[in-house]
Design a protein around this ligand. Sequence first.
Ligand code: SAH
Ligand code: SF4
Length: 446
Amino acid sequence: MGDRLSVALVTFGCQMNRSRSEHILHLFLQDGFSEAQEEEADVLVFNTCAVREHAVARAVGVITHLYHAALRRRGQPPCVVLCGCMSELLREELLVRLPCVRVLTGTHNIEELPSLVREACATGERKVVFSPPSPHFTERGYRRKGKVSAYLPIAFGCDNFCSYCVVPYTTGPQRSKPHDVILEELDEVVREGFREVILLGQNVNSYGKDLGNPRAFESLLEDIERRFGGEKIWVRFITSHPRDMRREIVEIVRGSRVLCPYFHLPLQAGSDRILALMNRGYTQKEYLRIASFIRERIPEAVIGTDIIVGFPTESEDDFAETLRVVQEVQFEIAYTYVYSPRPRTKAAQLNDDVPQEVKKERLQALNDRLREAYLRRLCVHEGRVTEVLLLEEDGELVARTRENLRVFLEGGGNLRAGSFLEVRLARNPQGKCVGIPVLCQDGGES
Ligand code: SAH
Ligand code: SF4
């Protein structure tokens, strides 16, 4: 290895993890490392996910494959670093499954990664470090991938302990970033010319509870509007827990120029019995009440959701309740999952008794119902003239409205990531939401 070590990051899982990797890259670059392609890097950092069992299996496959590819290309082994939720959960067990790992840590020693890597390289020793969660969330500095959309984490960890979910065990209790730091970071992002900012947290509406202020999220949103309301930037936030989705948050977004009316409100299940077993803290009725409040106050708002099928003991009747909610709310965006038992969680003690074929059938039926409901919902958006922002997502140019509705553009024009374009929304014969650019009409006078 030369004097200046090079590093490459590979990220699994959620947006929170993608943002964390941007922070990790910042730490390495600040420490004098350079960035390289995965197969050429001296140091390969894997920021892992543990939310579902197949995420773990997939990560083990990818890590092994990339390690061997880099070994072949470089003629010597790269320093493999594992961090994130999967390593926090499985710890030393991973050294058996992945003997190539040189540095192993979880989610609480991120700031030390560059020095751990230097020590491992200098001494040839393996480094395994796991500390308890730090009391504060002080993470700062991100080497962001794109130039258009910026993640900005406002809190880390989760106190909700939904019975199926491993996140509270892998990330620790919720710790919020101080209000002023978030505003400073937003300022930087605006000055750097980003067009969209996504505030991130496992449950953004409980932001600040750990700082002793249960209304902290409202204050943050109000300050963002006050300070950035005159800027051409879209600010979104994910994820909102339905239990903590206060009406005031909807009202603040409604009256705002900069905050976008997109609410990611994971339903998880429609049956009250299953919701209680999941420890979600709301009933179907309460969920529907908040969803209809959003629809009523901001008719063009987009509601997104996450749904799990096949939770232990889920019957056909329970599942029918999930379909009922889908029909009623007409989500524009949905992520659907098959239940996967996770170590340490409460639900893992229940018998995973819904057969795999039934889970698959329910997932298919759910996706079909989501699609039908989405098509019905599109009628509300059809005909609207609105702005879309062109974003680059996984190497593809994607247009989204302020409300986060994905739009397929019809007709050409100068399409570059970062530009705004005015379009008329319509529906094409395949049922996709399309945007037809509204060209500036030149009256002919000079
Ligand atoms: N904090 C967010 C997201 C957490 S993980 C929230 O509360 O919504 C993202 C999604 O993964 C969850 O919303 C849930 O739908 C899904 N998920 C989490 N654990 C799961 C499990 N054990 N099996 C299947 N899906 C799961
Ligand atoms: Fe997991 Fe529930 Fe926390 Fe979301 S709110 S991260 S699903 S425990």
